[in-house]
Design a protein around this ligand. Sequence first.
Ligand code: GCU
Length: 673
Amino acid sequence: FRAIGSRRVLVHGDGPLAGTVRDEVARACARFGGSLCDGGEADLVLATSDHLPAHARAVLYGEEAGETGAAPGGDEAFPTGRRDRMTGTPDGDENFLVGRRGGVTVVAGEGAGLLYGLFHVVRLGERAFGADFPAERHRPAMRRRMLDHWDNVDVHPVMGQVERGYAGGSIFWADGGPRGDLDRVRAYGRLLAAAGVNAVAVNNVNVHATEARLLTDRLGDVAALAGALRPYGIRVHLSVTFAAPVVLGGLSTADPLDEDVRAWWAGATARVYEAIPDFGGYLVKADSEGQPGPFAYGRSHADGANLLAGALAPYGGVVHWRAFVYDHRQDWRDRSTDRARAAYDHFAPLDGEFAGNAILQVKHGPIDFQVREPVSPVIAAMPRTRLAVELQVTQEYTGQQRHVCYLAPMWREVLGFEPWGPGGRTVAGVAGELVAVSNAGDDPYWTGHPLAQANLYAFGRLAWDPGLGPAEILDEWIGLTFPDTADRLREPLHAIMNGSWETYERYTAPLGVGFMVRPGHHYGPDVDGYEYTPWGTYHFADRDGVGVDRTRATGTGCTGQYPEPWSEVYESAERCPDELLLFFHHVPYGHVLHSGKTVIQHIYDTHFAGAEEVAELRPVWDGLVGLVDPALHARVRELLDEQLRSAREWRDQINTYFFRKSGVPDAHGRRIH
Ligand code: GCU
């Protein structure tokens, strides 16, 4: 904020979000010696279009547009030479224009756009106030950019306060009630707005007894959170249990086609909107890992989703209905059941049956947030359904915020994937929204591992603009997080973080096979940990080979869920990309990859290399003493030591396991235990 706070700034606009912008600027000016002015010459003007001063209009629209220059909502109004970077179907109220001629001007149709315009200038910093630049229009690619908190109100006996949380307790809840620190919630809202996030689900998708009541007698707690987040343009959503009419309403059924059930949801939802007029909607995990759902009544998931969509529709709310439905009690001996197929098998036949305000929320891969998976086939299979793609910012399977693992490169690959082949639409183009499981908690650095903050930031930025490059986003984050030393931190932090996802992949489960983690907590290696369990996550390694046969020819047929060309590419062990080979094929250890290596030698080489890459991080980090806060430095140093210990354990368990299974020695004679 220094660049803004040291200048003369004019803020013009009505409403609470314009008020937030004014407060932000006032705070920055108090800190850095600038001033919030009422008129006259300003270095920066932030205004809604109905308040745009004439001289600022000239900055934005120049001679070409003359007097016709208008709000950023309308397409015609933009001057030639604009840098219109976005595509998609955004909410117009988040758009803004920014340009500089002498002074910098940001204009937006609404307060939300003004807020995003402010954070845009914050990101630019001094660069905003350098050379003149023509007006650029900015608008989000995704209309909703949402974080799901898997936070419990009561501490769960197994999962704790935050399920899969690695950053301390919840920002929202503690020990059975609200955490009560609304300043912290506001600060979180500010952090999220700076990254572009505009929706938050405040409780776990696994809805336990106390959490179910957030919908009814504990609604006031949700309203308090909504009040704290509203000034930052963030709407609150609630995870609800499908069984709510029974467990809260005392009805004998939750059947989605039952009239009393409909009436119950209508009444409950009316009360929600009385308390929270801008409430976002419901999030539902149904018939999934033990959560109740419409199957109990012989109804479809479209029936279930449409029940809640109907209750929300009068108020403009939406239901996010998760597609994470599979048999978590399968028999490992049954080779015909394939968890990777499940979401498609359940949902693709329902395309076209979902209400207009029902959004099917699909995990980006077919299984469960592994370090490497193909894109979910559901994404290409439901052209008549609104889709949200779900990512996992919390690092359940990617090092649990003890390992550095910058995930933007993975997400960029997912969003840029072309389900219909090169030149076709991308995942980002198909999905109307992006959702992620949050990695933030009450930890002083928000995310446990201080460098994991970059993942939170990158999620919001990619949801705003999926075309941004991971390194570019990391650069922004470094600039915002370490404003005084960014120039000296850039190179070393890029060295540590840019390739960290691929490094993590190298020392963990190989070639897309996934799930070689310790059952339960999912940290650290345990190659056979899930092999004989009901969870449907197997690698089928034996003395001859490894991998899951998901072909149509001889396997589960999962490859047939993809459109051309991928159905053919994945079907063929020769054409399948190396990194997904063991996801789709069971191959002998001697199978030769495109890289020219055999599968077994690839396993050895990547595991030695991955652990070595981690060993190189510590000296780079040690060189940053004095450039970051000492406590932060110490925290990361400790975590890097744990990452190295863990990476070596992964290396040794995986290599030893496959050496013992295959009997094939390492071509380079390195130590395998
Ligand atoms: C994973 C995770 C669970 C979570 C589930 C979900 O399986 O381990 O903790 O509940 O995903 O996405 O619902």
